[in-house]
Ligand binder design. Structure first.
Ligand code: CA
Length: 225
């Protein structure tokens, strides 16, 4: 899951980025409206968190242009506490939710989960393969009825592989969904995550095959006769 944070206050932006990364999202940050508008024309996101008062181009303009391009990406706007007009205008322009500043990170995260779940309800927020079930909104993995402990990064890699079950995913595709620009993780790191996932999935009826020169393929293992 990839989230764009558009916020010009560096302290708030840092806090948001950090906390959402901890929860296993790939997070990018734009500090002004113009940059956000540009990024949104070239990169797709699962959610945009959008401040309204921004340099260069206002949050309203970023939102208006995004919707004019036909994008359905869920958008949560950040507004001043008592500014009802801003809230109404934002929702009229196609925002999906708003949060008034200052807010608690726990509330933001709950809203983020709800919006991502809503954005995905067309496909179902739950990915299933054999006994393995990944709830993409709650960021939780189960093998049958047993919860599986994964790091945020391991969970993100697993999610990419499950979304593409039965087809080959190359390392570039994994890095693209996993990393924000500031991260600099190499292909070796991806091998490490896959290695750890294989170990943790050992008890499960799932295998992650390495397709030499191409990438990884996740599938149900055939029962041994
Ligand atoms: Ca601002």
């Amino acid at each position: 899951m990839r989230i764009l944070i558009v916020e010009d206050d560096p302290v708030l932006a840092d806090g948001l980025c950090h906390s959402l990364q901890q929860s296993g999202y790939a997070v990018d940050h734009a500090a002004n409206g113009e940059k956000a508008d540009h990024i949104l024309t070239i990169q797709s996101y699962d959610l945009v968190i959008l401040d309204l008062g921004l340099p260069r181009l206002s949050g309203f303009d970023v939102l208006r242009r995004l919707r004019q391009r036909g994008s359905q990406t869920p958008v949560m706007i950040l507004t001043a506490r008592d500014d009802v007009d801003d809230r109404v205008k934002g929702l009229d322009l196609g925002a999906d939710d708003y949060l008034a500043k200052p807010f608690k990170l726990a509330e933001l995260e709950a809203r983020v989960r709800a919006l991502i779940r809503r954005g995905q309800s067309a496909n179902s927020a739950q990915l299933e393969l054999g006994k393995l079930v990944l709830d993409t909104a709650a960021r939780r993995v189960m093998i049958g009825t047993e919860p599986l402990e994964l790091s945020a990064r391991e969970l993100a890699v697993l999610e990419i592989l499950m979304l593409k079950t039965g087809s080959v995913v190359n390392k570039e595709q994994i890095m693209e969904r996993l990393c924000s620009w500031e991260d600099d993780i190499g292909e070796n790191a991806i091998e490490v995550y896959v290695h750890r996932l294989r170990k943790k999935l050992k008890a499960c009826d799932i295998q992650i095959r390495t397709i030499r020169g191409l990438g990884y393929l996740m599938e149900k293992s055939e029962p041994l006769l």
